[in-house]
Design a protein. Sequence first.
Length: 529
Amino acid sequence: MRTKQDHGVSEAEQALRGRDYRRAHELCIARLQQNPNDAECYFLLGVLAADHENLEKARELIEKSLALGERPGRANAQLARCLIALNRKDEAVAAADRAAAAGPHTALELDTIGVAFSRAGLHDRAAEFYERAVEIEPRNGAFLYNLAASLQFLGRLSDAETRYREAHAAAPKDHRALAAAAQLAKQTPARNDIEALRRVFDQNRDDAEAARQIGHALAKCFEDLGDPAEAMVWLGRAKAGARQRSGFDFRGDAAPLFETSEATLQVGARAGFQDAAPIFVVGLPRTGTTLIDRILSAHPEVRSAGELTDFALHLKRAAGTPSPFVLDVETLKAAPQLDLADVGRRYAEGVSASLGLSGRFVDKMPLNAFYAPLILQALPQARIVCLRRHPADAMLSNYRQLFASGFSYYDYALDLEDAARYAAAFCKLTDAFAERLDPARLTIVRYEDVIEDIEGQTRRLLDFCGVDFDPACVEFHRNAAPVATASSAQVRQPLYRTSVDRWKRYRPAIDGALKILVDEGVLPAQALL
């Protein structure tokens, strides 16, 4: 029989699910005054704290609820959610494993476990939990969306599109699913999402994030229909609100980062952590980093770790710098005083604990480019493959990309001319690295060279990484490993040339940005003719 006190907890949970946070808090506090050791109240207060991004407090409350006997399935699922957001990935995976083993689970618990595994890069494991959540609640738009994204990462693109459309049907006000489906589907004059997207855009034009996602999807539709001019119009509309909100300034926000990164070339030689041999694939986003990751990880001796923030996080923790950003000038300036061998050791141990990887594995976080000299100091057996692409194509591909919101590192892509400045600065930085760092440990790979000579460049890459040639690497599109990047659809296909010199089709809309590349000396003046 449910007691009056039990009803109070149930009412608190109901209030929490309805996002009536004040009422949920009041009910939990009242119950704790009667019973200070009520596990469920501590759990609900932990979830409330997590919903308000007070993650450390949430972790404490949920751990206390576990100690007092809260159900381990749901408590560990929420604990994993907190830990992954706190960038404590190996602990988050362990908590998700405990949650998975506890059972039986509600749909929300299953979805939460899936989210933890997804954010840890374990996409194949995540899909199982999303599937089970949808089996229990087949009309839950949020669960359907997470399942669709997981299927996309796993290369099940047709299934992913179907699930995205089901998610939109279940939750029509959630614009994300329709935008994602349009991005996956080849748009044709006979079958396209333009009118539906226009309606959603008009309904959300005052919501900068919704406008950004829907506007990008509309741009992709017009690109598919062979109208790059209209695509550029929609990209401008998509980014306008976010650009104004970001306040990004290249000279103040980005230029100091490039300058300080180059200055790390001056860090004196020191011993590093010898017992790890990762391959870092770096470069501007959308310049072929995922392609190289797929080529390398198709080798039987090499596995992909996906895009890891681990090196940056361990460097930040070692520096102890106060800014809220992981990649920042202050942390790079602190590098000469750090124990880089310990940073390397913590990196290797963390990847082993959370992903079970050691030896030659690929870490393809593009922004690790800024740490190249420090990576080679911290991990003497590491190799760095740096992607370069025609600067006009690199600039345009970054501007066309819908980057995840909440990461100010990519705010340069909200404006075409800022994207040009960023691409030019990246060219100059990596030129300096290629000139000063050991060519046996850092190599530049040009995207266009890979397109022209896939086997020759594959042999060169494998030799650089110290592994024998394997023909499976040339057939990279058959690689079944998950891909959690914007290239998840493209790298499931054989090589194609349509992305080479794409920039020429977007003139004259990009001429102002091209002039910046010329003025910065990374593009010949003839490009403007």
